[in-house]
Ligand binder design. Structure first.
Ligand SMILES: [Zn+2]
Ligand SMILES: [Zn+2]
Length: 365
């Protein structure tokens, strides 16, 4: 069973032959059909998020269930599924209140091991960790069954894969977290895989204007295709000033930071109008701090909030996103601007960092 393994930070992924154990109670085995290349994998590869290695990376994927461990009833072999990178114990205070991405039901085991603390993949007899308990850059994955969500079979696997991270995170941030009303103004900073989905989420919500900001003109071209009404190249002057010029001097009602840096976090806070909301979507390096001005929060009654995984409930929202895609209410075809064979995966990261792709997806034969 071949998987792309990170053995050392700042090194390419290695495609290695791993030994895989069958699913135990409450686990499933899935044949992976498509897996997206995401900045979150890169944060582990470059050491921004220091995690124990070796680890199979990959967390945005879809496939077909091929084997159930004991005690599984919600999926069966042959079902098409999207992986969720967060567990869902169904019993903790967060699962019980519908904030499933905050599930704390498995906090006593590390996020890169199965719920019994062991791993299902080994290299030369030694355990290999699985990113987010899934590790989907892998021909097959054994994982907790609560982390696979059954979806309709007419959804293309590449579309299903990206619903599992960038689409859910971006559209969820607008629809589920910020609940942007029709006719209100939106700013999106960062037009990568997540940011473009914030843009099309804002279009789905009926926001206007939708202002997109990035350092690269090709990303701004993408943003216009996904619904941005105005764009700002961040190299061309002060972003916050430009946003105010476009909004009668006030700023926007809701501003999304899809990058996750000190600079962009401060920009979204400064760019919202009094009474507005700054939403942090992109995940910064763990060490990042941003000095906001508390007085503008008080005088302007501004709200800052964070959203993880778009605050979605995967069991409910993945099938809804699949329907929206097949009804052509969201555009996933143009989001997938490159596909790769599994052995081209490091090229996928190179092109993502070069800013040349909207979203790249690895297709498994
Ligand atoms: Zn991701
Ligand atoms: Zn829970």
């Amino acid at each position: 069973m071949r998987a792309a393994v990170l053995t050392e930070i700042n090194q390419p992924l290695q495609i290695l032959d791993l030994e895989q154990e069958p699913p135990r109670a409450g686990e499933v085995r899935v044949q992976v059909k498509a897996a997206g290349v995401c900045m979150s994998d890169w944060h582990i590869m470059n050491g921004d998020w220091p995690l124990p290695l070796p680890m199979v990376l990959g967390h945005e994927a879809a496939g077909i269930v091929i084997e159930n461990g004991p005690g599984i009833s919600h999926v069966e072999p042959g079902d098409h599924v999207i992986f969720s990178f967060r567990p869902h114990c169904g019993r903790c205070r967060y699962c019980s209140s519908g904030q499933t991405v905050l599930c704390i039901g498995h906090n006593d085991t590390p996020r890169w091991r199965m719920h019994d603390g062991t791993s299902r993949v080994k290299l030369n007899g030694e355990p290999v960790n699985q990113m987010a308990r899934i590790g989907t850059f892998s021909e097959e994955v054994v994982c907790p069954s609560e982390q696979v969500i059954k979806i309709r079979k007419d959804l293309p696997f590449a579309h299903a894969a990206i619903i599992g991270c960038s689409v859910a995170t971006g559209i969820g941030a607008v629809i589920r977290h910020a609940r942007v009303p029709a006719g209100s103004s939106v700013l999106v900073i960062g037009c990568g895989g997540v940011g473009l989905n914030v843009v099309q989420g804002a279009r789905l919500a009926g926001a206007s204007p939708i202002i997109a900001c990035d350092l690269r003109d090709n990303k701004l071209d993408y943003a216009r295709a996904f619904g941005a009404t105005q764009t700002i190249n961040a190299n061309s002057g002060d972003v916050v000033e430009r946003v105010r010029e476009m909004t009668d001097g006030l700023g926007v009602d809701t501003a999304f930071d899809a990058i996750g840096s000190e600079r962009t976090a401060l920009q979204v806070v400064d760019a919202v109008a009094p009474g507005g909301r700054a939403v942090l979507v992109g995940i910064p390096a763990f060490a990042t701090r941003a000095p906001v001005s508390p007085s503008q929060l008080v005088y302007g009654e501004k709200v800052i909030s964070g959203t993880y995984y778009g605050s979605v409930r995967p069991n409910i929202d993945f099938p809804i996103l699949a329907d929206l895609d097949l009804e052509r209410k969201i555009n996933l075809d143009d989001l997938i601007s490159r596909t790769y064979r599994f052995d081209e995966i490091n090229e996928g990261f190179r092109l993502m960092l070069a800013g040349d792709v909207a979203r790249g997806v690895v297709l498994f034969e």
